[in-house]
Design a protein around this ligand. Structure first.
Ligand SMILES: C[S@@+](CC[C@H](N)C(=O)[O-])C[C@H]1O[C@@H](n2cnc3c(N)ncnc32)[C@H](O)[C@@H]1O
Length: 178
């Protein structure tokens, strides 16, 4: 399969993009987050999430010719284990389609960069995290994993303080003066 072109970026066939969730873990995540209404699994793979979701539901899977980036219908929930190598673009598209997004990922992906945090902060925030050891997920890497529920509307204000270097420097100088 060819890498996919997204804007100027080409997504290659990163093997870590094709790790499949054990069915019991997918079921546990679905039970815990309890999605309702129209639910999309944007990258069905072998179906461990999709097959266990309540209806109504829909799916995409690039290997079966249904590219998530071409999906434009709004849905109530998105839930899955996404490809990791284009996580920011994947989040952007997910946020355009749904107010509730749950992804099982190596947990550091969520905090990995200023850009990712800005995308999440602009959307809303993090409502709930289920932390799972990677070994329990059967994934071929050692990073701890987590299912993260991202929401557009958060009832309690999410406090995430983001500081550019210049501001940090000013704040540090102010602390030093006190
Ligand atoms: C980490 S695997 C997880 C598969 C499945 N969700 C699971 O939990 O077992 C990510 C999946 O995303 C699919 N994928 C990658 N890019 C995609 C795209 N643009 N649209 C739809 N599916 C895509 C891959 O083929 C792969 O099956």
């Amino acid at each position: 399969m060819q890498g996919r072109l997204f804007g100027a970026i080409e997504f290659n066939n990163n093997p870590n993009d094709r790790v499949y969730t054990p069915v019991d873990i997918a079921r546990y995540i679905i039970k815990l987050f309890d999605p309702k209404g129209m639910i999309l699994d944007p990258c069905r793979g072998g179906g461990s999430f999709y097959d266990n979701l309540p209806s109504p539901k829909d799916w995409c899977e690039i290997d079966e010719g249904k590219d998530f980036y071409d999906y434009t219908s709004k849905v109530d929930w998105i839930i899955s284990n996404p490809p990791y190598s284009h996580f920011d673009e994947w989040l952007d598209h997910s946020f355009a389609l749904s107010d509730n997004v749950v992804y099982l990922v190596p947990i550091a992906k969520v905090w990995k960069s200023w850009g990712t945090m800005m995308v999440i902060k602009k959307y809303g925030g993090i409502k709930k995290v289920l932390f799972i050891p990677a070994s329990r997920c059967g994934f071929p890497f050692g990073f701890p994993c987590g299912a993260v529920h991202l929401v557009r509307v958060i009832r309690v204000r999410w406090k995430l303080y983001m500081r550019q270097n210049s501001v940090l420097k000013e704040e540090k100088e102010e602390c030093d003066r006190k």
